[in-house]
Design a protein around this ligand. Structure first.
Ligand SMILES: Cc1ncc(COP(=O)(O)O)c(C=O)c1O
Length: 412
């Protein structure tokens, strides 16, 4: 059933029209603007149905077959299904699907492998590391001693020599590979080798590329990393949430690090929705989708380059790209504001050089809507025109409406 129909007919609209209007307003915003935020996507109606199901009522502390609450026999089946599907999808010995978010997954990975005060080597925040990779504003920066590696100022690529040098100098207990805005594949084998040389654990924070991994469009970190943390809501197109994959030797430590160490009751509606998303991600249609996401990102990068924006690393291997709009005479923050007014929603991000902010764009949501290379080329022209102020925001907004009208995320 189309999402709008469900909302319009449902109990919420009758009981709480004020809140229902807010939901419909957000649906309208998502449907009539371009979602270029690299971390976002449109889940299927089946995933939304699982999220809104009576499983939301169920308390289920613990794990299938060993719960602290009664009445878990049915939700146990849902969690086992999610675990089995995740293991099969990523070729992992063990999967924990209870993490409430990507950050909770990283917290649990640290809890499983580290002690407070341990040294951890991760991508520096000013180069694209996540908050959980050592921000002083986050538990990670408070409880662990983070050392940051960077990317080369010229190329924007990870300098594996530098990672190795820092690892030798600081002897970290763990090395984290993963980023919020690195557009290239990560060389997991190189990270594994460096970790082995210094006796460190390797944690892959694959929050961004895990959906591409599911679709066979990006390398799989599972054979290389001791622990893989991920989100389920980005390219993977599942509900908001996290997941941890590891070998059987770390399974018990990881499970205990999630519950009872860092979380309470599992959110069974979300776990059921994760199972639905893993089921979808195992299909040939999803593989085609993942490859199209990358093809679209490549076209968007090429066309934005042709329009004069500086494309960091010269392109992308993934669903995301980062660009510096400075050559068009506008800084990242101003650019984001101008584009928002034109109905193009995206984020600012770190650049490999200096303090200026760039723009991060992703193609996961647009591709779910059915857009392809032709639409990417059109979006690039529109985006650059708005930044140059050749095209008025109002005119661009009309073009965006026309485009989104042809590719509704939830056809009604
Ligand atoms: C690399 C990385 N790690 C962790 C996270 C955290 O995920 P969440 O926002 O679900 O906590 C993100 C989110 O964007 C991420 O990009």
């Amino acid at each position: 059933m189309p999402v709008t129909q469900t909302l319009e007919a449902d109990a919420l609209r009758r009981q709480d029209p004020e809140l229902a209007e807010i939901l419909l307003g957000e649906l309208d915003r998502q449907s009539t603007t371009l979602q270029l935020i690299a971390a976002e996507n449109f889940t299927s109606p089946a995933v939304l149905t699982a999220l809104g199901s009576p499983l939301a009522n169920k308390y289920a502390e613990g794990y299938p077959g060993a719960r602290h609450h009664g009445g878990c026999e049915i939700v146990d089946v849902a969690e086992r299904l999610a675990v089995d599907r995740a293991k099969a999808l990523f070729g992992a010995d063990h999967a924990n699907v209870q993490s409430h978010s990507g950050s909770s997954a990283v917290l649990a990975a640290y809890a499983a492998l580290l002690r407070p005060g341990d040294t951890v080597l991760a991508m520096g925040l000013s180069f694209g590391g996540h908050l959980t990779h050592g921000s002083p504003a986050n538990f990670s920066g408070r409880w662990f001693d983070f050392v940051g590696y960077g990317v080369e100022a010229e190329t924007g690529l990870i300098d594996y020599e530098q990672v190795h040098t820092l690892a030798r100098a600081h002897r970290p207990k763990a090395i984290v590979c993963g980023s919020i805005c690195y557009p290239r594949h990560i060389d997991y084998a190189a990270f594994r080798e460096i970790a082995d040389r210094v006796g460190a654990y390797l944690i892959a924070d694959a929050a961004h590329p895990i959906g591409l991994v599911a679709g066979g469009a990006a390398p799989n970190p599972v054979p290389y990393a001791d622990v893989v943390c991920a989100t389920t809501h980005k390219v993977l197109r599942g509900p908001r949430g996290g997941m941890i994959l590891c070998g059987s030797e770390l399974a018990e430590r990881v499970d205990r690090a999630v519950f009872p160490f860092t979380q309470g009751g599992a959110q069974m509606h979300t776990i059921a929705a994760k199972a639905v998303a893993f089921g979808e991600a195992a299909t040939p249609a999803f593989s085609a989708y993942a490859h199209q996401v990358v093809a679209n990102a490549r076209v968007l990068a090429d066309e934005l380059g042709d329009e004069g924006l500086a494309v960091i690393t010269g392109g992308t291997d993934t669903h995301l790209l980062t660009v510096d709009p400075a050559p068009l005479g506008v800084d990242g923050r101003t650019a984001r504001g101008r584009l928002a007014a034109a109905g193009m929603v995206l984020d600012c991000c770190a650049l490999p050089h200096g303090d200026a902010r760039g723009l991060r764009l992703g193609t996961a949501a647009l591709t779910t809507q059915g857009m392809g290379e032709a639409e990417m080329a059109r979006i690039a022209v529109l985006l650059a025109g708005v930044l140059r102020e050749d095209i008025e925001a109002k005119k661009a907004r009309e073009e965006v409406r026309e485009l989104t009208g042809r590719f509704p995320p939830y056809p009604g």
